[in-house]
Design a protein around this ligand. Structure first.
Ligand code: G6P
Length: 612
C-alpha cells in the first residue's frame, strides 16, 4: 500500500508531515521517512524501520528537522524487505532528486539495467530508487525543467505510482505525478498539502484537487500548477470535501468494498465466536433439537447470488462432515418448481439482507410445506430473520458495497459451524475431530490478514490483465464453489465477461473459447484433486491460455504450469475456500479500479433485490 504526504508552506514541515502520516498509517507501517528542505540548503532525510513512532522518536516529533518544504512516506514493503535502507524517501546518487512513491513500477528491472549502463549505482532493493534515478537521468540528459524530466520518465515507466519529487535546484517546490495510485492535493492560507487520502490533510483544508491519471503537479507555497503528459498546463477544478456519514465510514479506504474486504477477519471471528460455547461449536441456541438434527434426511439450501455460492460450498462441507444429502437451489427456481420435498428436511435460506424477494418467497414456500426452516441472515430483524423458524445471525456488520465480501465470508463460516455441529450431533465426527476443526476455523482470521498483507502482487497482476475480454475460472470440488464467487465478483464490478467451470467440465464445449492469451484462473486447494485440476490447466495452456494458479503454500509445482501463482496459507481443505476467496475478491477489486469503474456501485445492480 504505502502512504505519502507532502507539505510546502510557512510552518515547519516535519510536524505536518508526521501528523499526516499518522492518518495514513493504515496504508503501511513497516518503515517511514521524511525529507525536509530549508530553503536552498541540502535536504535532511530521516528514516526509521518499524512503526511511525520510531520516526517520531528519532526526530523528536519532528522538532529536530528544520524546513518548511518536505515529503513523507509510510511504507508497506513490496520490493525489498522492510529496512531503513529500503525506506523512503530515496534519492539520486548526488542528492539532486529526492522522492517518495506509492505503487509498483512493473518494469523496474529493465529500467535499472538501463541506468546501470549509464553509470548509476543502487543502494536499495526498491523500484522507487529506480524511478527517482530515472527522473534524475532525464533531468541531466535534456537539461530541461523538472516537469520535462518527469514526463520523459513517465513515458518509460509501466505500473502504478503516486510520486512526490524534490529537486535540488528548485528548493521551494515539490513535484507530484500520479497513475492508478491515490493522491490528492490541497491549498489553504498560502500553504500546499499532498496526501494519499483525504484524512491526512482534512484538518488543514477541505478544498482538494483530485489529480488524474498521467497528470503532474508543481506544488509551490499555496499555489499548484497541473500539467498533462505533454507538459502542457491544465486546469483541475477544486472540490470541497463535504464529509457525509457514508464517506466518513470508509475509514480512509478508497472504497467500501476494500474496507469490507479488510473487515473479513473480524466478520469471520465474530460469527465463529457466536457459535462457540465452552470451547466447542455448539448451536443448541438455534433451537433445533438434537433429535431433529439426528433425524434429518435432507437439507435444501436456497439463496440468490453470492449467498447461493455459499450454499454450493456448504453442500460439500455438510455432506462430508454431517453425512446429510444436500441440494442447493436458486431461490428464483425453487419457488416455482414442483419439488417432491423430502420429509424430515431442513430448508436453509441464506441471505445477507434478509429481504431478497425470491429467498423470502422460497422460505414461505418451505413453511407452507411444513418443512423446518433456518435462516442464515446478516440483518437483524429483517423479513427472513423474522419469518424463519430458526435464525443463525452472521456477525458481518453493515455491508455497504454492492459486491458482497465480508457477508459472504461470514455466511461461509456459519455454514462450516453448522456442518461441524450437525456432524458431532449425528455422531459422524468425534468431539476430538470437532475440536480440530474448530482450531482450524479459529486460525482463519489471522490467515486472512496474512493474505491481505500480500495484496500488492494481485494489484500488479490485475493491472496487467484488466483489459481481458473473457476470463475463465476453474476448480474441482469446493474449489469449483469458490470459482463461482470469484467469477461473479469479477464480472459484477469490472464488467469483464467471466465464467466459472468445474475443471473437468470445461472440455465439454467451453474449451473452444480458449484462445491465445485467454486468462484462466485455476483454484487448487483441495489436496486430493490438485493433480486432476493441473491436467485441466495443461489442456487449456496447450491451447494458448494464460494461467493464474491460486493454491496453498507448499504446492510450488504449480509454478511449472501457471504463468502467475498466488498462495494462501494451508488449512483443512473443508475451510480453504474461506482463504481462497480473498485473493479472488482482491483481483476483482483491482480489475475494476484499473478500469476506472465505480467499485462500490456497479451499474445495473442493487445491494438488496426486493423484486423477483
Ligand atoms: C444481490 C447482491 C448480492 C447478493 C444477492 C443476494 O444480487 O448484489 O451480493 O449475494 O443479492 O442477496 P442477499 O441479501 O439475499 O444475500
Amino acid at each position: 500500500m504505502c502512504g505519502i504526504v507532502g507539505f510546502n508552506g510557512h510552518h515547519e514541515a516535519a510536524a505536518v508531515l508526521l501528523d499526516g502520516l499518522t492518518k495514513l498509517e493504515y496504508r503501511g507501517y513497516d518503515s517511514a521517512g521524511i525529507a525536509v528542505r530549508d530553503g536552498s540548503k541540502d535536504a535532511t532525510i530521516v528514516k526509521a524501520k518499524g512503526r511511525l513512532d520510531h520516526l517520531k522518536e528519532k526526530t523528536d516529533n519532528g522538532r529536530s528537522v528544520i524546513g518548511t518544504c518536505g515529503i513523507g512516506h509510510t511504507r508497506w514493503a513490496t520490493h525489498g524487505e522492510p529496512s531503513e535502507n529500503n525506506a523512503h524517501p530515496h534519492c539520486s546518487d548526488d542528492g539532486n532528486v529526492i522522492g517518495v512513491h506509492n505503487g509498483i513500477i512493473e518494469n523496474y528491472q529493465e529500467l535499472k539495467e538501463k541506468l546501470l549502463r549509464n553509470g548509476y549505482t543502487f543502494y536499495s532493493e526498491t523500484d522507487t530508487e529506480v524511478a527517482i534515478k530515472l527522473v534524475d537521468y532525464y533531468y541531466k540528459k535534456y537539461l530541461g525543467t523538472p516537469v520535462d524530466a518527469i514526463n520523459h520518465a513517465l513515458v518509460r515507466i509501466r505500473g502504478s505510482y503516486a510520486l512526490e519529487l524534490m529537486f535540488k535546484e528548485y528548493p521551494d517546490e515539490i513535484y507530484a505525478a500520479r497513475k492508478d495510485s491515490p493522491m490528492i492535493l490541497g491549498v489553504a492560507d498560502g500553504e500546499s498539502f499532498i496526501a494519499s487520502d483525504v484524512p491526512a490533510i482534512l484538518k488543514h483544508t477541505r478544498t482538494v484537487y483530485y489529480i488524474g491519471n498521467l497528470q503532474m503537479a508543481r506544488v509551490g507555497k499555496g499555489e499548484i500548477t497541473f500539467y498533462n503528459l505533454d507538459g502542457d498546463e491544465i486546469e483541475i477544478e477544486p472540490k470541497t470535501i463535504d464529509w457525509d456519514a457514508e464517506a466518513a465510514e470508509k475509514s480512509g479506504y478508497e472504497h467500501f468494498m476494500m474496507k469490507e474486504i479488510h473487515e473479513q477477519p473480524k466478520a469471520v471471528a465474530d460469527t465463529l465466536h457466536s457459535a462457540v460455547k465452552d470451547g466447542k461449536i455448539d448451536l443448541a441456541g438455534l433451537g433445533l433439537t438434537e433429535e431433529e438434527i439426528r433425524e434429518l434426511q435432507q437439507i435444501y439450501i436456497v439463496a440468490c447470488g453470492s449467498a447461493y455460492h455459499v450454499g454450493v460450498a456448504a453442500q460439500y462441507t455438510i455432506e462430508d462432515l454431517a453425512d446429510i444429502p444436500v441440494r442447493v437451489e436458486l431461490a428464483s427456481e425453487f419457488r416455482y418448481r414442483h419439488i417432491p420435498l423430502a420429509q424430515n428436511a431442513l430448508v436453509i435460506i441464506i441471505s445477507q439482507s434478509g429481504e431478497t424477494a425470491d429467498s423470502l418467497a422460497a422460505l414461505r414456500k418451505a413453511k407452507e410445506k411444513n418443512l423446518k426452516t433456518l435462516g442464515i441472515v446478516n440483518v437483524i430483524g429483517s423479513s427472513i430473520a423474522r419469518e424463519a423458524d430458526h435464525v443463525f445471525y452472521t456477525m458481518a456488520g453493515p455491508e455497504i458495497a454492492v459486491a458482497t465480501t465480508k457477508a459472504y465470508s461470514a455466511q461461509l463460516i456459519a455454514a462450516d459451524c453448522i456442518a461441524v455441529y450437525f456432524g458431532m450431533v449425528r455422531g459422524r465426527i468425534t468431539e476430538e475431530k470437532g475440536a480440530e476443526y474448530l482450531d482450524a476455523l479459529e486460525s482463519l482470521p489471522k490467515q486472512i490478514e496474512k493474505i491481505l498483507e500480500d495484496k500488492e502482487r494481485l494489484q500488479w497482476f490485475a493491472s496487467k490483465q484488466s483489459n481481458a475480454h473473457d476470463v475463465f475460472f476453474i476448480g474441482r470440488g469446493m474449489d469449483y464453489a469458490v470459482t463461482l464467487e470469484g467469477s461473479l465478483k469479477l464480472k459484477e464490478i469490472s464488467y469483464v465477461h467471466s465464467e466459472a467451470y468445474a475443471a473437468g467440465e470445461l472440455k465439454h464445449g467451453t474449451i473452444s473459447l480458449i484462445e491465445d492469451g485467454t486468462l484462466v484462473i485455476s483454484v487448487l486447494t483441495q489436496k486430493a484433486l490438485i493433480e486432476k485440476t493441473v491436467s485441466n490447466m495443461v489442456e487449456v495452456k496447450s491451447r494458448g491460455a494464460y494461467l493464474m494458479g491460486l493454491t496453498t503454500y507448499g504446492n510450488y509445482d504449480i509454478e511449472d504450469v501457471a504463468d502467475f501463482t498466488t498462495y494462501i496459507p494451508d488449512t483443512d481443505p473443508h475451510f480453504a475456500i474461506s482463504l481462497a476467496v480473498v485473493p479472488l475478491q482482491l483481483l476483482a477489486y483491482y480489475f475494476a479500479v484499473s478500469r476506472g469503474l465505480d467499485v462500490d456501485k456497479p451499474r445495473n445492480l442493487a445491494k438488496s433485490v426486493t423484486v423477483e
